[in-house]
Structures are given as structure tokens and as C-alpha cells.
Write a protein that binds this ligand. Structure first.
Ligand SMILES: [Zn+2]
Length: 237
């Protein structure tokens, strides 16, 4: 038979360990949610980067186009001027400039064609990344929503368990309860009250002293002399 004090503490401990588990789980959520946010930011940035790359190519193409326009206008003007030039050397110089400009225009037109191809490729890449990353962002969003719901559920259950948790227990004195609470807050993660099996403490796994065993038999509140956890015996097993 389990002593009354141990039975009462075990009941409390079941609730407390559940609360501790839920709180530990809850504490992990902000990090997991931040990771989701980071993944979302990366996906959004990739789309923005692809859009910016396409835009940059289009701007280059427009600048090439306006350069071509400028050269053409210059040549039209030169053509008109040649008709009025009297000196042959001047005339030849003008024709030379016109020819040079034509050559430049030809080069720029090739460059413009290249940029148009690059722009098409960049647009295609952008559309692909956009479709892909929008799907990723949607998945992340629903995962995030699940976390929000999960956090709410955890908080609700913790609050409920805490509300139901008895603040004082019949048969357990205040000093014992205070020690129990200290053990519960301990970093080892072991339950404050552990069973003794084959005379071995369930917390530190060392042999329990004869004196401690005798105390348990008497029904007294007993601690392991090594690890200070409360210990009990379950004769029924
Ligand atoms: Zn122990």
C-alpha cells in the first residue's frame, strides 16, 4: 500500500508534471515560429530579387534604345547638313561620322536583342520563382497558423490545470509541500517523488538506506539521503 502522504503527492505530481511538459513545449514555440518567419522572408526576398533582376535588364535595354535614338537623330541632322557643306574635307568628315554612328547603332541593336532575350529569360525565371515561392509562403502561413492555435491550446490547458491544482493537500504538511515545489522547479527534470524498487531510488538509482526504508514502512514522509527526492514504496507491486 502506498502511504497517504505519498498518494496525495503523486496525484499533485501527475498534474504538475503535465504542466511542466506543456510549459516546456510552449517555450519551444517562439523559436519554431521565428524559423518559419525567416523561411518566409527568404522566399519573399527570392521573388523580389528575381523581379529586380528582370527590371534591371529592362532598364539597360531602354537605355540602349535611347542611345540608338540619339545616334539616329544625330545622323539625320548630319545628313541634312551635308547638303549645305561646301568644303569637301568637311563633307568627308561628316560622312565619316555618319558611318561611325551607323556602326555604333548596329552594335547597339545587337546588344538590344541580347538584352531582350535576357529579359525574357529573367521574366520566365521570375514567374517560376514566384509561383514556387508563393506555394511555399502559403504552406508556411498555414504552418504558422497551426502553431498559433497550438500555443493557444497549450496555454488553455496549462491555465485549466493550474486552476484545478490544489494549493494545499490534506495529509501533507507545508514544509513537505515547499520541498516538493523546490524539487519540481529543479533542473534535473526528475519527478520530485519517486518509487523505490528493489531498494533502489527511482531518481538517483542508488541503494536506499535501511533507515530510510524503515521510515517508509512506518508511513513517514521520507527522502532519499543521496538525492533528496521524496521516495515511496508500492507494496502492491
Ligand atoms: Zn535518490
Amino acid at each position: 500500500m502506498v502511504a497517504n502522504w505519498a498518494e496525495a503527492l503523486l496525484k499533485l505530481q501527475t498534474v504538475d508534471l503535465r504542466i511542466r511538459d506543456l510549459e516546456n513545449r510552449l517555450a519551444l514555440l517562439p523559436k519554431e515560429m521565428n524559423e518559419l518567419k525567416n523561411r518566409r522572408d527568404i522566399a519573399v526576398n527570392e521573388v523580389n530579387t528575381a523581379a529586380a533582376a528582370a527590371k534591371k535588364i529592362e532598364l539597360s535595354r531602354k537605355s540602349v534604345e535611347s542611345e540608338i535614338e540619339k545616334l539616329r537623330a544625330e545622323n539625320r541632322k548630319l545628313q541634312q547638313q551635308t547638303a549645305m557643306v561646301k568644303k569637301n574635307t568637311e563633307y568627308q568628315a561628316m560622312l565619316g561620322t555618319i558611318a561611325l554612328n551607323e556602326k555604333k547603332i548596329g552594335d547597339l541593336e545587337s546588344r538590344e536583342l541580347e538584352l531582350m532575350d535576357e529579359f525574357e529569360a529573367a521574366k520566365k525565371a521570375y514567374r517560376k520563382i514566384k509561383a514556387n515561392n508563393e506555394a511555399i509562403v502559403n504552406t508556411i502561413r498555414s504552418e504558422f497558423d497551426e502553431f498559433v492555435t497550438f500555443a493557444g491550446d497549450l496555454k488553455k490547458e496549462i491555465a485549466q490545470l493550474k486552476a484545478e491544482r490544489p494549493s494545499d493537500i490534506r495529509g501533507v504538511d507545508a514544509d513537505t509541500l515547499a520541498r516538493y515545489n523546490r524539487l519540481l522547479a529543479g533542473k534535473d527534470g526528475v519527478a520530485p517523488l519517486v518509487k523505490v524498487e528493489n531498494e533502489i531510488c527511482g531518481s538517483c538509482h542508488l541503494k536506499v538506506t535501511r533507515q530510510a526504508l524503515a521510515n517508509i514502512q512506518k508511513g513517514a514522509v521520507t527522502s532519499c539521503e543521496n538525492c533528496m527526492h521524496f521516495i515511496y514504496l508500492d507494496d502492491a507491486e
